[in-house]
Design a protein around this ligand. Structure first.
Ligand code: UN1
Length: 509
């Protein structure tokens, strides 16, 4: 298994070089960049100063004035070139996601594929930023709705999808005519630097009609994100992270009437109904609950299993939890890599203690210090049988904990699944059409994403991604999410010789 022999540090520095991250990005004693694989510091990074952040915002505001006049399909060409760079560097960037975020290789590559997919989507979209023609009540008039570029977009991303979430926002914003300034998580600055280097290559190939300042990157702590939130030159902030973060960001944006796309916590559930295909459900649950070490916002965290299939399903799940391969995410045999840091492991241990205290039976959940020592947070995923939905089951712990409880009637299960603060994603496993449609109906799941016979995670980019309630209400990626990155104008044109007023109003002077 050659790849795991390389030290994490050497492996990371080699990939960064191949991806073209410039030497100027590094600074001894600067912001430490870690790898969760061994918990060690890989390198130090130069942080963006407050003055530089201000200059980045100023440059983006200037860039907007030029970029909004570049035709949409031409803007799409830049995103097409970005997609080409991502295709050419998929292996290295995917590996860097593995090295910096701890995802297994297949998920690191999958994340880059998600970037490529949204670039393809956005290129097509660049010729389809459609408005409407609307019937008017007045003779010799025409009414239409058009979409114009909005302004500078700030994108604040989390460690768990360190590159894809930027691309969902950036690919759309760029074709919509908006400059983008990115504040990545301070836990994953390296992948951001690498993506920025690839985007810079695409910009060079694109030519001089891409203005300077079109793509900005702020490396450092939360004060840089706050800067984006507070600066009135930033028209839209798309922020992914905890509900606590959203609670701070949303009122500040509202106070200056800026637009917000908020992608906050999830506490996603699945219902396993009596007619479910249990083999299929088992695989789907295993991926959704344990995959990415439970660190997706769409991770399955609550499972409601019908009484009649509980004893057929749950022991098999327990066996899967007991044997799943945990280790270095660069090893192709590994399915579960490390948690992002020791603090995440501590949070998981606290949630499990709380669950035990209220009658939960915990299977797994132990820290595996023998894999890489104290500084790395390898953990066996935990399956927790709960007497009822209570305590930590009602909130999101960003770790691989699956709470399982029984149900006897579907309405009660749907009520229970909806009875939490978050509203991101949800699933039902059933072969009964009535049950499936009930779950998807207006009185069914209250989440932004509701699935049948697949788990709640792993959405494709073609659909709008996001959720309700404390998840924040934002939508990113496919469908008509692009409209959030543009402003709408309604135009009425009178091509006649008289001036009929709407609603029959008369006003003769
Ligand atoms: C996230 O965890 O922030 O649906 C995004 C999914 C992925 C995106 C997750 N396509 O699981």
């Amino acid at each position: 298994m050659a790849p795991t022999v390389l030290s994490v540090r050497d492996d990371t520095l080699a990939v960064l070089e191949r991806l073209g991250v410039p030497a100027s990005a590094f600074a001894e004693g600067g912001l430490p960049a870690h790898s969760p694989i061994d918990g060690g510091v890989v390198t130090g990074l130069r942080q963006t100063t407050p003055d530089e952040a201000g200059a980045t915002i100023a440059a983006a505001s200037q860039a907007f004035l030029a970029w909004r006049r570049v035709p949409g399909p031409r803007r799409g060409e830049l995103v097409r070139l970005l997609g080409e760079e991502l295709r050419a560097h998929k292996d290295d960037l995917g590996r860097l996601v593995t090295l910096e975020a701890g995802k297994i290789l297949s998920e690191g590559l999958g994340e880059v594929q998600e970037m490529i997919d949204i670039c393809d989507f956005a290129v097509g979209l660049s010729r389809q930023l459609h408005g409407l023609t609307i019937a008017t009540e007045r003779p010799d008039h025409r009414m239409m709705e058009v979409w114009h570029p909005l302004g500078v977009c700030g994108v604040i991303t989390a460690f768990n999808f360190p590159v894809a979430v930027w691309s969902w926002n950036a690919a759309l914003a760029l074709v919509c005519g908006d400059p983008v300034i990115w504040k990545p998580s301070e836990k994953t600055p390296l992948t951001a630097l690498a993506v920025h280097a690839l985007a810079t290559k695409a910009l060079k190939r694109f030519g001089s009609d891409a203005p300077d300042g079109l793509l900005g990157l702020l490396i450092g702590g939360r004060e840089l994100g706050e800067r984006l939130v507070e600066d009135e030159r930033v028209a839209l902030v798309s922020a992914t992270g905890s509900t606590a973060m959203g609670r701070q960001v949303a009122p500040k944006l509202a106070a200056r009437f800026a637009r917000a796309i908020l992608e906050l916590g999830g506490n996603n559930a699945a219902i396993v109904a009596p007619s479910a295909d249990l083999d299929l459900a088992l695989r789907a649950i295993a991926f959704a609950a344990m995959g990415t070490a439970g660190q997706r916002c769409t991770t399955l965290r609550r499972l409601f299993v019908h009484d009649s299939v509980y004893d057929a399903l749950v022991p098999r799940l327990k066996a899967a939890y007991g044997t799943v391969r945990i280790g270095d995410p660069r090893d192709p045999a590994t399915l579960i890599g490390p948690l992002i840091d020791v603090a995440a492991a501590d949070g998981m241990a606290r949630a499990l203690d709380e669950a035990r205290a209220i009658g939960g039976t915990v299977h797994g959940g132990e820290r595996l210090r023998d894999i890489r020592g104290e500084a790395a947070a390898y953990i066996r995923p935990a399956l927790v049988e709960m007497p009822e939905q209570a305590g930590p089951m009602r909130r999101e712990t960003f770790a691989p904990i699956l709470y399982v409880t029984r149900y006897s009637d579907l309405d009660g299960a749907i009520q229970a699944q909806n009875a939490v603060a978050a509203g991101l994603s949800s699933s039902i496993f059933t072969r009964d059409l009535g049950e499936a449609e009930t779950f998807l109906s207006a009185s069914g799941s209250d989440c932004g994403i509701a699935n049948v016979n697949i788990g709640p995670s792993g959405a494709e980019i073609g659909g709008a991604f996001g959720g309700e309630k404390e998840t924040g209400g934002g939508r990113e990626a496919g469908s008509d999410s692009w409209k959030a990155y543009m402003r709408r104008a309604t135009n009425t044109i009178n091509y006649g010789k008289t001036l009929p007023l709407a609603q029959g109003v008369t006003f003769e002077v």
